[in-house]
Design a protein around this ligand. Structure first.
Ligand code: SRM
Ligand code: SF4
Length: 566
């Protein structure tokens, strides 16, 4: 009988399990079942190449087991030196590509068990770790990637990094298993003051937004902070709790939810309040039913007031009323911008965050060359893009020359505004949960939409498209003005009507349809949008105003959406 995740955690001796034995077993490319759960807390997933499944089965071979590794990079900040090391790791141990995720991390795909430890060591040698990048703990912390507001951004980034550090598990398991740290007395019994012996009931996510940009989709996080600035100075944060995307097709007990704004706190209370939120979820979250274990359900099951009461009591801090804020949009601004200190920042677009050399362009090589001369930093965006940040004005030309030589900006220049704002999750062939294509389908689907957008004069309309290969929602699809959510190979649920600020969820419009049916459904809506839209009106807002879609039926959404729009 397979063990429940709660049993595996509690019997794991603080996330050690039999990982060392599993790694040493030369007979299989896989880990023991319980270690497949535990390795997530170390930042890795066992997967298999789904494109090869049938062929391997025919040949009576075990599946082509391989590992995905995810970094912990709060706010997605890496130096050029780190970039070069990560690039070398991708080329030596993984599938020759760097994948920027929707949470400002890198993923490596295709690492085999035999090389897993060497890959982990190489990542750590770049002064980046992967601890708690996955698993029932706090994950990589999102921070507004826009370096335009550099002073406030730097302050917010530094609070986010402190919080990320504060919420790391205390166990030394990671260092013993991957970095050969010697076991000492007490190994396996370390105190976990925040998490306790069984960690959290489910994954936990935190994001920091700096208005007017909501690039982190703050309302999709379990815990969100909206920076409040006065005269460019950070004075505190609005606290947002209970966001999340994951759902299961056909199961009304699961649903996406946008977070509630529950109050304001000064920066110095941040760590206490965040700890109180996390321990509230630790103690009140559903440990019986993993599908109902996210914080959003804890809030809906116990009531918002009771949960806020817990947070205030545990932190010893009474929240002040939330302060006014305004978001313009939740996408990225492409091209060059100048920061407060005169340094320049270039945002480049990559389809679904995949950075690789292909027949069309040498993106991986180009960025390697840029990393060789760049003296600022790289920032990953929550929309799977990349900012070459902190470029002195005199260096811009050299960077531009490399960008041109390697076609790094071609996608943005050639494509529609919809294509460059689009986000897609990984899905096939590596994701074990994918029901349909997403990353690999994104360029095809946006190409099919292009003539339709052109016909209606919408080439430059920044309509927000998101594609996920299943309802788990890794591309945050329920916040797309248009979203495709995978149902089966070649079939998707078409969701419509989110806003472009990340403050309203979309609604199911057509279920389980093919590409031809999707295009057929969108064509008349885009035609009407082109004809009838008001100045600056987004596609999702238009669909609501014209009564084409209504708010989704999820239990709390109606209320939250109305509060945010009040
Ligand atoms: Fe995710 C599971 C990829 C962001 C909700 N996610 C997975 C797994 C690990 C599949 C699995 O469990 O076997 C995917 C690995 C695919 C692969 O081959 O690489 C996967 N998730 C991703 C990434 C790489 C998508 C991307 O294309 O960028 C993102 C990595 C983020 C990171 O760096 O930490 C990623 N996942 C998200 C987000 C977006 C976000 O956090 O802002 C969500 C929705 C927000 C949320 O959590 O509610 C998300 N992923 C899920 C869920 C549904 C959770 C739930 O509440 O039900 C699962 C499935 C699960 O946990 O059981 C999942
Ligand atoms: Fe996989 Fe589904 Fe997440 Fe896409 S949304 S990466 S298919 S779990």
């Amino acid at each position: 009988m397979s063990h429940s995740v709660e049993d595996i955690k509690s019997e794991s001796r603080r996330l050690r399990g039999s990982l060392l034995e599993s790694l040493a077993d030369p007979v299989t490319g896989a880990l023991r079942e319980s270690d497949q759960t535990l390795i997530k807390y170390h930042g890795s997933y066992q997967q298999d190449d789904r494109d090869l499944r049938d062929e391997r089965r025919r040949q009576k071979l075990e599946p082509a087991y391989q590992f995905m590794i995810r970094t912990r990079t709060p706010g997605g900040v890496v130096t050029p030196e780190q970039w070069l090391k990560l690039d070398a790791i991708a080329t030596r141990y993984a599938n020759h590509s760097l994948r920027v995720t929707t949470r400002q991390a890198f993923q490596f795909h295709g690492v085999i068990k035999r090389e897993l430890k060497a890959t982990m060591q190489a990542i750590n040698a770049a002064l980046i770790d992967t601890l708690a990048a996955c698993g029932d703990v706090n994950r990589n912390v999102l921070v507004a990637a826009n370096p335009l507001l550099s002073k406030a951004h730097a302050q917010v980034q530094s609070w986010a990094a402190r919080l990320s550090e504060h919420l790391l598990p205390n166990t030394r398991a990671y260092y013993e298993i991957w970095l050969d740290e010697e076991r000492v007395a007490g190994s396996g019994e370390e105190e976990e003051p925040v998490y306790g012996a069984t960690y959290l009931p489910r994954k936990f996510k935190i994001g920091f937004a700096v208005p007017p940009l909501n690039d982190v989709d703050v309302f999709a996080n379990d815990l969100g902070f909206i920076a409040i600035l006065e005269d460019g100075e950070l004075v505190g944060f609005n606290l947002v709790i209970g966001g999340g995307m994951g759902a299961t097709h056909g199961d009304a007990a699961t649903y996406p939810r946008i977070g509630n704004v529950v109050g304001f706190l000064p920066p110095e209370k941040l760590l206490d309040v965040a700890t109180a939120v996390v321990t509230t979820q630790r103690d009140f979250g559903n440990r019986e039913l993993r599908k109902r274990a996210r914080f959003k359900y804890t809030i809906d099951d116990h009531g918002l007031e009771a949960i806020v009461g817990q947070i205030e009591a545990r932190s010893g801090h009474a929240l002040q009323p939330a302060r006014a804020w305004h978001f313009d949009h939740n996408g990225d601004r492409y091209g060059w911008v100048e920061g407060e200190d005169g340094r320049l920042h270039l945002t480049l677009h990559f389809f679904a965050g995949r950075i690789a050399d292909t027949a069309q362009a040498t993106h991986l090589t180009g960025l390697r060359e840029i990393a060789g001369i760049h003296r600022g930093e790289f920032r990953l965006t929550p929309n799977q893009n990349l900012v070459i940040a902190g470029v002195p004005a005199g260096e811009r030309e050299r960077i531009d020359a490399l960008v041109r030589a390697h076609g790094l900006d071609d996608g943005r220049r050639a494509g529609t505004a919809l294509a460059r704002a689009a986000v897609a999750c990984v899905a096939l062939p590596t994701c074990g949960l994918a029901m349909a294509e997403a990353e690999r389908y994104l360029p095809d689907f946006t190409a099919r939409l292009e003539p339709l957008l052109d016909r209606h004069g919408l080439r430059d309309a920044p309509i927000l498209l998101r594609i996920s290969g299943c309802p788990n929602g890794c591309s945050r699809p329920y916040l797309g003005e248009i979203a495709l959510v995978g149902k089966a190979p070649g079939r998707y649920n078409l969701m419509l009507g989110a806003d472009h600020r990340g403050q309203r969820l979309n609604t199911l419009y057509r279920e389980n349809i093919t590409e031809a049916e999707i295009l057929e459904a969108l064509d008349p809506l885009l035609a009407r949008y082109a004809r009838e839209r008001e100045a600056d009106e987004g596609f999702g807002d238009f669909l609501h105003r014209s009564g084409i879609v209504a708010l989704p039926p999820y239990p709390t959404h109606r209320q939250i959406a109305l509060e945010l729009h009040a």
